[in-house]
Design a binder for this molecule. Structure first.
Ligand SMILES: [Zn+2]
Length: 189
């Protein structure tokens, strides 16, 4: 599992790294990339979180039908009601301060999170999402740092997996060679 995870990280690092720094202008920022897909899988890295000699993947997500840009935009410009990722982070900040603003979560994502995108032309993203989460969450080399915010989460699966994911964590699904080829072929560069 660690070898597959290592291979996955190696492949991804050849891809284009997107970020959320543009904030409110995020959708315009993505428009600069020609052929940004309507459907895909996104894999986030986080500043300070290391694995496989580089930044490790900390969250995996997909979109519903033809809405990848909208889905990603919700993570930076949405609310806690339409981005569970934001909600996980908000709950942690909320424990620290009685008053928490939407900006705290937005700043956290702006400053720390980048992501890779795998286009999905063959509708494989649901199964691939499970396999990627299963593979990474069982990897012995992807450990959270001592200062990772997710360690303060009340959600055990986040603390233990080192991922901002709950579903499919430590599941039985694992990436195979065909999946790796698909990822390689469809990674946005
Ligand atoms: Zn790993």
């Amino acid at each position: 599992m660690s070898m597959k995870c290592s291979e996955l990280h190696k492949i991804l690092r050849k891809g284009n790294k997107f970020n959320f720094k543009s904030g409110k202008n995020f959708q315009n920022y993505l428009k600069q990339y020609k052929n940004f897909p309507e459907n895909g899988i996104y894999l986030m890295t986080e500043k300070g979180e290391i694995g496989h000699v580089g930044l490790r993947i900390v969250r995996i997500g997909i979109n519903k039908k033809n809405s990848l840009v909208k889905r990603l935009n919700k993570h930076i410009n949405g609310s806690e009601n339409n981005s569970i990722f934001r909600e996980h982070i908000r709950r942690i900040f909320k424990k620290e301060e009685s008053l928490i603003t939407k900006d705290d979560v937005t700043e956290y994502i702006k400053n720390k999170i980048s992501f890779y995108v795998i286009r999905d032309l063959e509708n494989k993203r649901e199964i691939l999402e499970r396999k990627i989460i299963g593979t990474i969450s069982k990897c012995g080399l992807c450990m959270s740092s001592n200062s990772w915010k997710g360690l303060e989460s009340a959600t055990e699966r986040i603390r233990e997996s080192g991922l901002w994911n709950v579903h499919y964590v430590c599941g039985e699904y694992q990436l195979d060679k065909d999946d790796m080829d698909y990822i390689k072929k469809n990674l946005l560069k």
